[in-house]
Design a protein around this ligand. Structure first.
Ligand code: SF4
Length: 344
């Protein structure tokens, strides 16, 4: 066990965890909502440090990041549990497991980064379960990654505190993919949480210079109403502006939620609505081969980045990340990397 960062000692052995916006009050011997932070004698410890659930190289497009180092791979790692309880969780075997129920991989952050360099990955990524719960390890790994010239990314529900977000940025966080899980009512209903926090963090991360992309999982019967999708598009434009990509991804039944998968036409309608309202880079996710997986020039419609699922098939971006037809600049962070992911 490692002593946690970001907590306060209160009276009577009580502590307040300030890692995510649940800000749990934890009495001596108790754990926070996520189950991975424990109070022992008035000191808060993390149970995830040095206990990774998975480590593997994956294409950056699978996160998905579509405007960040296209075609690159990131050594991706995870821990256990979650600070949310989405009933349709695709990674429930990780998010519903506590770190002391199993023993994972104990790899020091420096060795993990060394592995990424040896494998030829351009970056590292904390993903699969909620990365915020691996905060202390992430901060150290990011520091090591920066020393070796690698990028660093989080695939997150965006529910960390601003203190945590700032600390991650200071440690070198380059890219944040944020899941938006509906409006205030859906956040309350499924997670007893607040949508405002997630939008605030996406906005603040962008203001700090972090590359941000948004994913909206269109869950049948939960987050798929036309009104909610319109509200999300409007909020996206207000908080993040037209250039930040938004991915409407297809839901499949998982864990405790068994409604049918999202009809593709619904995703297409969401894409087209976003485009009409002014989002320059909407995408459809989890529908391999669909034309709305590709990046098109927002000025002239030219195909710029062609994808098949998480694979970058072709890049037609000209020097300076410009459209080769009309010369419009396209916001893409980092170089386009031409290589085939090893796992494919
Ligand atoms: S990370 Fe969030 S859920 Fe976990 S103990 Fe801290 S405040 Fe609570």
């Amino acid at each position: 066990m490692r002593e946690a960062l970001l907590y306060e000692r209160l009276r009577g052995g009580l502590v307040r965890c300030n890692l995510c916006e649940r800000r749990c009050l934890i009495s001596d011997g108790g754990r926070g909502f996520c189950g991975v932070r424990v109070n022992r004698g008035g000191t808060l410890y993390t149970l995830t440090y040095g206990n990774l659930s998975a480590v593997e190289s994956r294409p950056i497009e699978i996160k998905p990041f579509f405007h960040f180092w296209p075609g690159s791979t990131a050594l991706t790692f995870s821990s256990w549990s979650c600070n949310f309880r989405c009933p349709w969780c695709q990674n429930w075997h990780l998010s519903r497991t506590l770190p002391d129920e199993v023993r994972g991989l104990d790899i020091p952050p420096g060795e993990l980064v060394e592995l990424a360099v040896r494998q030829g990955d351009e970056g590292i990524c904390v993903s699969f379960n909620e990365p915020t719960l691996l905060f202390e390890y992430s901060v150290e790994a990011f520091g090591e990654a920066k020393k070796r010239g690698l990028y660093t990314t989080y695939v997150s529900n965006g529910y960390m505190t601003l203190e945590a977000l700032k600390a991650l940025r200071e440690a070198g966080l380059d890219g944040l993919k944020v899941d938006v899980k509906g409006g205030e009512a859906e956040y309350r209903r499924f997670n007893n949480a607040r949508a405002d926090v997630v939008w605030r963090n996406a906005r603040e991360a962008k203001a700090m210079g972090v590359h941000v992309e948004v994913v909206y999982l269109v869950v049948t019967g939960a987050t798929d109403s036309d009104d909610l999708i319109r509200e999300t598009v409007e909020r996206h434009l207000k908080e993040l502006g037209p250039e930040v990509p938004i991915h409407f991804t297809r839901y499949y039944p998982a864990y405790r939620y068994h409604e049918p998968p999202t009809p593709v036409e619904k995703l297409e309608r969401a894409y087209e609505l976003a485009r009409r309202e002014g989002v320059l880079f909407p995408y459809i996710g989890n529908v391999p081969g669909h034309p709305y997986e590709n990046t098109y020039c927002p000025s002239c419609g030219e195909l710029l980045l062609k994808r098949y699922g998480p694979i970058l098939v072709e890049s037609r971006l000209a020097e300076g990340r410009k459209c080769p037809k009309c010369g419009a600049e396209v916001p893409v962070r980092g170089p386009v990397v031409a290589k085939k992911p090893r796992w494919w």
